[in-house]
Ligand binder design. Structure first.
Ligand code: G
Ligand code: G
Ligand code: NA
Ligand code: MN
Length: 252
């Protein structure tokens, strides 16, 4: 079977699973949302992380099936959380191909009508290059999604294009500082880059999150620098949805 056919089968056979990694407010230390990270329980190859299949899925356009599945799953999860009286957001990763035509926009619009959730509780994560490579189409779609109330975050910020020329034109709400920069905070250097990104975000009225926080020292520096949100192994690695709900959603 091709990867596209395999993914189609995997969705029907319920082999895809979301692991969630909490995102915290750095001032209060509260969990305010989570990033959904895809896992594939493959019947023969075993437990697969995205590294094993996302690139091929993108090359063969099968990623669109995956994203379609992500939309349904994510909205369902938010619906359940809302019904439980919890106001947390969930972000999921999308690819350049998802912004090349209207399919994602249509699915998100349909699902919003269907589930009637608070759209601000759904966030899309996209790398900068995926927007810039196909700027017209991508920015038009992201703008429409934001008009509907959904949030958009730039993933791995700082690693890709020279961002300044585009930053004021990107239809986004949040920058996620790549973990490469967070990891350098440990050495007492690298604070300059993180500080620059935090200031940049502030000037453009964007939220800013640091990925890959692994130590207390990093947490403290990020708080001092005014970084709004944090995510990383220091708080939790990505964990199965049920475990996330048990840890962070049950009786408060
Ligand atoms: O979970 P892990 O750290 O292995 O994720 C590795 C990479 O795979 C990350 O860069 C993440 O953005 C990407 N990724 C994870 N889940 C998804 C998904 O559902 N869709 C897409 N397109 N990428 C994903
Ligand atoms: O590109 P993206 O940010 O979506 O990648 C997410 C990946 O980063 C996931 O595979 C996740 O397991 C990994 N990750 C999350 N937190 C940390 C961390 O604190 N340290 C390291 N090394 N990896 C992390
Ligand atoms: Na991501
Ligand atoms: Mn990232």
């Amino acid at each position: 079977l091709t990867i596209a056919a395999e993914l189609k089968r995997a969705i029907v056979d319920n082999e895809l699973e979301l692991y969630l990694q909490p995102q915290l407010d750095s001032a209060s230390g509260e969990v305010v949302g989570a990033e959904a990270l895809l896992r594939w329980n493959h019947p023969v190859k075993g437990f697969l992380t995205p590294a094993a299949f996302i690139d091929v899925a993108e090359q063969t356009r099968a990623i669109r099936l995956v994203t379609g599945w992500l939309v349904k799953e994510s909205f369902g999860i938010i619906k359940r959380w809302e019904q439980a009286g919890r106001d947390l957001f969930l972000s999921f990763n999308i690819s350049a191909l998802d912004l090349a035509d209207n399919e994602l926009l249509l699915r998100m619009t349909e699902e919003l009508e269907h589930q009637q959730i608070k759209p601000a509780n759904i966030e899309l994560e996209i790398v900068e290059s995926a927007i810039i490579e196909n700027f017209q189409s991508a920015s038009a779609i992201l703008s429409k999604l934001r008009e509907l109330g959904f949030h958009v975050a730039i993933d791995d910020f700082g690693t890709g294009y020279s961002s300044l020329a585009y930053l004021d034109k990107l239809p986004v709400d949040k920058l996620k500082i790549d973990r490469e920069f967070t990891s350098k905070l440990e050495l007492g250097e690298g604070a300059g880059i993180v500080k620059s990104i935090v200031d940049l975000a502030s000037n453009f009225d964007l939220r800013v999150l640091a990925e890959g926080v692994e130590t207390l020292e990093q947490e403290q520096l990020l708080k001092q620098l005014g970084c709004h949100r944090v995510q990383g192994f220091y708080y939790s690695k990505p964990i199965p949805l049920a475990e996330f709900e048990q840890k962070y959603l049950l009786p408060q």
